[in-house]
Write a new protein. Structure first.
Length: 221
């Protein structure tokens, strides 16, 4: 079974020059469909854009780990080795959506997003490969942001101006929600805790070139 891209939707803004704008929304697939496709004769290539630490904790069998920051930095080099259909995976879908936009802007059209990410995949009972357990990036962000807010509020008893630190964190989280980005998360992703020994562009590209996507059946846990 292969994935297909629906035609772009043309929208006329009603202007006199009759120009049209093409709007293409990211294509998502659910866990059941991906499971069937991975067991087919022509499976898509699954790319997990989480940090190496998160990937080690749990990932779909046969997936390739290409962290979002490295994908952005080495986009042109990576897409040269993505000829088949690609399914992007992260924890819940946010980083995969950003990765899809990055690849689409580079002209890659055979890109899809796993609806709900690895969280939905596990929730529906599909198996994952597990390794050392680590906190996922979103949980780390909540810990750091919450700790800074709590510390600044308590500290403001002695130094009232510290309350503005809590306000800045709140503003940053609001912007992160509106823009669908997270600067704190990107910074935390670069910590040694979240990185792997082979987390570099050269090893990632070698991984993609080394072999075609593994044709593995995906069982339920």
């Amino acid at each position: 079974m292969s994935l297909s891209i629906p035609p772009a939707v043309s929208v006329s803004p009603g202007r006199s020059d009759e120009r049209t704008f093409r709007m293409t929304a990211p294509v998502t697939i659910d866990s059941h469909d991906l499971s069937q496709m991975l067991g087919s004769a022509t499976p898509p290539r699954v790319i997990d854009v989480r940090t190496p630490g998160e990937f080690e904790t749990a990932h779909i069998a046969g997936a390739y780990n290409v962290p979002l920051d490295l994908l952005r930095e080495h986009r042109d080099e990576i897409i040269e080795h993505l000829d088949e259909d690609v399914v992007l995976v992260c924890r819940s879908g946010q980083r995969a959506t950003q990765a899809e936009e990055t690849l689409r802007q580079a002209g890659l059209t055979n890109v899809h997003i796993l609806d709900g990410g690895i969280t939905a995949w596990e929730a529906k009972g599909f198996a994952v490969n597990r390794g050392a357990q680590r906190w996922d990036l979103e949980r780390q962000v909540r810990l750091v942001a919450g700790s800074i807010v709590l510390t600044s509020i308590l500290g403001s008893i002695a130094a009232p101006k510290l309350k503005w630190v809590a306000g800045a964190i709140g503003g940053g989280l609001t912007f992160a929600a509106v823009s669908n980005t997270c600067a704190m998360g990107m910074m935390l992703s670069k910590l040694p805790y979240n990185r792997g020994a082979s987390c570099d562009a050269q090893s990632i590209v070698a991984q993609l070139v080394d072999s075609a996507p593994a044709k593995k059946s995906v069982g339920r846990s």
